[in-house]
Design a protein around this ligand. Structure first.
Ligand code: KIV
Length: 298
């Protein structure tokens, strides 16, 4: 048996590799992906974790927020991402109301992601108050990623998308949430929209790897919504988003060029067309000539 060392881009990422990375101070890379092609590109680029985030509600499906996306929609996208993912750890986001109505239902829905869509783990928003449900899911052998700080499914409860953990009381609550998730046994936790100083304290306190989004550089890893980093969205990006490409502009330009070519008759050209075999073409021309002759009475 050959053992491929950590860091080798061919090694399958598991929850244990993430813990190993934290122990060895190796940054964890994570991105969202919601379809086969994107997941495959992200996977082949060597990203450690692919999250089928419920952010797909907005960036893929055009909903106003993440609250409306259904289990069936999340399962559909997770299956597609599964088909494109080989090496990365594939995590499915549990949508709003799929784990809020009791532990039995939470476990049933978490199991569907594993059994019906091939997810290797699920993500759940919330801290202390979700610890029991998280424990129940972990007891059923399904790894759970936590998510605290700015939790988008709580948009109405938070009164908007606001940076969290800015007062001493809020910091204390965040620390309690982080410790509760750590004790519940999450294999990692997303820290979203909190001051870097608070994220650094949590990262130092908990055993489990922290993965930041708008939480500063001291986290054990980073995640971004892929549409944000590729410039594929329509609003103003959040302060923490670094745009690595303007794929939106590339797409607009390509679509406009195609439209102009079609209108001008420049697409498709002869090389982009199929042709008859020579003998069929000759036979066809003979038939057509004969028909033309008959019509003109020659
Ligand atoms: O839904 C999502 O994409 C997420 C990430 C932002 C962490 O939860």
């Amino acid at each position: 048996m050959s053992v491929v060392p950590i860091g080798d881009s061919r090694q399958k990422i598991t929850i244990l590799s993430l813990l190993d990375k934290k122990l060895h101070h190796e940054p964890i890379t994570a991105l969202t992906a919601y379809d086969y092609a994107t997941a495959r590109l992200v996977d082949e680029a060597g990203i450690d974790v692919i999250l089928v985030g419920d952010s797909l509600a907005q960036v893929m499906l055009g909903y106003d927020n993440t609250l409306a996306v259904s289990m069936e929609e999340m399962l559909h996208h997770t299956r597609a991402a599964r088909r494109g993912t080989k090496r990365a750890l594939l995590v499915a986001d549990m949508p709003f109301a799929s784990y809020h109505l009791g532990a039995d239902e939470a476990l049933r829905n978490a199991s569907r992601f594993v059994k019906e869509a091939g997810a290797e783990a699920v993500k759940i928003e919330g801290g202390e108050k979700r610890a029991d449900i998280i424990r129940r899911i972990i007891d059923a052998e399904i790894p759970v990623m936590g998510h605290i700080g700015l939790t988008p499914q709580s948009v109405h409860a938070m009164g908007g998308y606001k940076v969290q953990g800015k007062t001493l009381n809020a910091i204390e609550q965040l620390m309690r949430d982080a410790v509760a998730l750590d004790r519940a046994g999450v294999f990692s936790m997303v820290l979203e929209g909190i001051p870097r100083e608070v994220a650094a304290m949590i990262t130092a306190e908990v055993q489990t790897p922290t993965i930041g989004i708008g939480a500063g550089p001291e986290c054990d890893g980073q995640i971004l919504v892929i549409h944000d980093m590729l410039g594929l969205n329509f609003g103003t990006p959040a302060k923490f988003v670094r745009q690595y490409a303007d794929v939106g502009a590339v797409m607009r330009g390509a679509v406009e060029s195609y439209k102009n070519d079609v209108i001008a008759g420049g697409y498709p050209n002869d090389e982009e067309s199929y042709h008859l075999p020579k003998d069929t073409r000759a036979a066809l021309e003979t038939i057509l000539e004969r028909k033309r002759g008959m019509r003109s009475g020659d």
